[in-house]
Every structure is written in structure tokens, then in C-alpha cells.
Design a protein around this ligand. Structure first.
Ligand SMILES: Nc1ncnc2c1ncn2[C@@H]1O[C@H](COP(=O)(O)OP(=O)(O)OP(=O)(O)O)[C@@H](O)[C@H]1O
Ligand SMILES: [Mg+2]
Length: 329
């Protein structure tokens, strides 16, 4: 596809914070009208990529174009054409939904905004709550409002940083439908970050798996998944084991150790597990995990670690809002 067909193009995109390289020579091409996902663990560099692409933070090295404009040389052109839904809350709780939209219009210096605002409220089914303070909205309604604000100036590209973090599964599903809807209905290119495997799989046309600032794999979710056809069995034991012993188990095609864990590849975990239990002292196993082919297993295959280490996403969103509110007072 030509560069014209691309909403975002980056070559050698690099961001350093002192000695730390948060984004490391990233190559990127996001087709217009698509949904592109950055999937990676905490600290991988996802938010930093959004910050440099939106001009919030200067690029250290390399070059990037967003909506046809050079991020470093034409930052104002870029800012006019992008919307941003931050991971943290940006709503003003003491203002109504409509007033939040008004405030956003002032910040963006929009003169013609009321028609668009009305349309967005309708689309997000918030019309009848427009005169209520946003502080009284449900979690899902607040998230919708944040997306509405980001769409007010009719951006070509919208950046969503962990749009569903901490949300309960129902609200998360609702948001998935909404994100796909916004992409199709408003023709907006979406770049989202996530560390939820199913989310990237369900929503994205293309996914870049990112680790330590580098893109370790890029493709459609099915292309990426087809790279790993086998199951993974990952376990930790205090028993002394050798690679040879594990390799000798029928059905095991590959063995490696990673920190305290062993990672086995097998065409069928169901067949191998009983044999594994026979070969090992089961009372010395601390942890065992089976991973069927998924974007997670692609990440495990490349890095030996998991994307979602758990724990990071159990935070209650309401608690998070409370903290933000308290910090403001
Ligand atoms: N302003 C900053 N100054 C110094 N280091 C920073 C700054 N912002 C980010 N970093 C570092 O850059 C790396 C990437 O951070 P980033 O926030 O982009 O990760 P992330 O993939 O968004 O992680 P998470 O999933 O936790 O949001 C981290 O090591 C982080 O500590
Ligand atoms: Mg982040």
C-alpha cells in the first residue's frame, strides 16, 4: 500500500529517557480506517509511542507521520487531526455531559461544535443524561463520554491508551462494540494499546506485539496466531530436572527453561500432561499453566514471558476514580 493509504507511518521511531530507551527503532504502518493494536506488558513502551505520535513528547530519533503530517515538523497539523483517550480520567465530574463537551470545544477552539456534540451524545446514547453532572454517570457512561470528547473535533486518528483497563467484563464488551462502531461509523483510524490478549485479538485488524520498546512481531491476529501451532505447558517445580528428561516425554517437541520455569511445547497438552505427571514428583510442582495457541503464546514463544502477568488489571476502576478525585481536591 502507498504511503497515502496510511494514517500512521513511522521509521526508526525511538524515544529515550536518559539512558532508558523506551521506544527502540520502531517501524510502523497503520492503514487508514483500520484498528491497530499495541499489545505488550507493563512498561513495554505503549503509552510512550502514543505520546510521541501525538506530539506530547518529542521524538529522540527517527521519523513519524500521522494523518499525512510530520510529527516533529508539523505538530499543530497533527494535533488538529488526532484525538486521544487517555488511560487516566480527563472528565470534569462537577460539570454536566454537555458542559464537558463545551469545555472540550473551548480547549480545541472549535466554533462549530454543537451539531457534532449532539450527534455524539445520540450515538453514545447519552442524550437524556446531557444535563446531569458527569460525577453521577456509571463507569461505562464515563468511558463513552471520554471517547465522545476525543471525537468532537472530528479527528482522523484516535489514540486509545488501555481503553478498557480495570473495567468489568460487561462494560469491556460494550466498549469493544463501541470502538468497532466508532471506527466504522466515523471512519476514524484507531490506535489502541492493551495488555489484554483477547481484546487485541477481537478488535484489531493488525497487532504489534511490543516488548522492551521493540516490536517483536507484527501482523493480523490470525497471522500471528498461526506462527505458533503448538500448546505450551509452563510449570515451576522445586524438583531438580534436566532438559533431557523432559525432552524424553513423548509428545514434547521443545523444552526450555526461563528463570524458575520450564516451558514445554507439545502438539497436544492434553496428551502430554498425564505423562508429565508420571515423570515428575507432582507434590513439588508449584505452578502449572497450559496455553493454547493465542497471541499470548506468540509472546511466550518470542520472549519466554507472559504479557499479562496478572495483578495489574485487578484494580477497581471506581477506586481509581476516587483516587483521582481525591488528588484533585
Ligand atoms: N517521563 C518519563 N521519564 C522517564 N522514564 C519514563 C517516562 N515515561 C515512561 N518512562 C519509562 O519508559 C518505559 C515505557 O513506559 P510506558 O509508559 O510507555 O509503558 P507502557 O507500555 O505504556 O506500560 P503500561 O502497560 O504499564 O502502561 C518504562 O520503563 C517507563 O518507566
Ligand atoms: Mg501505558
Amino acid at each position: 500500500m502507498s504511503a497515502d493509504g496510511m494514517a500512521i507511518v513511522a521509521h526508526g521511531l525511538t524515544k529515550r529517557y536518559g539512558k532508558l530507551t523506551a521506544v527502540d527503532h520502531v517501524e510502523m504502518a497503520v492503514p487508514r480506517g483500520s484498528v491497530f493494536g499495541l499489545l505488550g506488558p507493563n512498561g513495554a513502551g505503549k503509552t510512550t509511542i502514543i505520546k510521541v505520535l501525538t506530539g506530547l513528547s518529542p521524538i529522540s530519533d527517527g521519523q513519524a507521520t500521522v494523518a499525512g503530517y510530520d510529527v516533529s515538523r508539523q505538530p499543530m497539523e497533527v494535533k488538529q487531526r488526532v484525538g486521544w483517550v487517555a488511560a487516566e480520567v480527563i472528565l470534569d465530574d462537577d460539570l454536566t455531559g454537555w458542559e464537558n463537551l463545551w469545555l472540550q470545544a473551548q480547549l480545541q477552539r472549535l466554533s462549530e461544535w454543537k451539531g457534532r456534540a449532539t450527534q455524539l451524545l445520540e450515538y453514545f446514547e447519552l442524550s437524556d443524561r446531557r444535563k446531569d453532572k458527569v460525577g453521577t454517570y456509571s463507569t461505562g457512561m464515563r468511558k463513552k463520554m471520554e471517547i465522545a470528547l476525543a471525537l468532537l473535533h472530528q479527528p482522523e486518528v484516535i489514540f486509545m491508551d488501555e481503553p478498557t483497563i480495570g473495567l468489568d467484563p460487561n462494560v469491556r464488551r460494550m466498549l469493544w462494540t463501541l470502538i468497532t462502531g466508532v471506527n466504522k461509523e466515523f471512519g476514524v483510524t484507531v490506535l489502541l494499546t492493551s495488555h489484554y490478549i483477547e481484546e487485541a485479538d477481537a478488535l484489531c485488524d493488525h497487532v504489534a506485539i511490543i516488548d522492551l520498546g521493540k516490536f517483536v512481531a507484527v501482523g493480523t491476529p490470525s497471522e500471528l496466531k498461526s506462527r505458533v501451532k503448538e500448546d505450551f505447558i509452563e510449570f515451576e517445580t522445586s524438583e531438580y530436572l534436566t532438559e533431557a528428561k523432559l525432552r524424553a516425554i513423548p509428545g514434547v517437541s521443545n523444552v526450555r527453561s526461563q528463570g524458575n520455569a520450564w516451558i514445554l511445547r507439545a502438539s497436544s497438552a492434553e496428551e502430554v500432561l498425564p505423562r508429565l505427571f508420571q515423570a515428575l514428583k507432582t507434590d513439588m510442582i508449584h505452578r502449572i499453566n497450559v496455553e493454547k495457541p493465542s497471541l499470548e503464546s506468540v509472546f511466550i514463544d518470542i520472549t519466554g514471558r507472559r504479557i499479562d502477568q496478572g495483578g495489574a488489571d485487578v484494580q477497581d476502576y471506581r477506586k481509581f476514580y476516587m483516587q483521582v478525585r481525591r488528588a484533585r481536591q
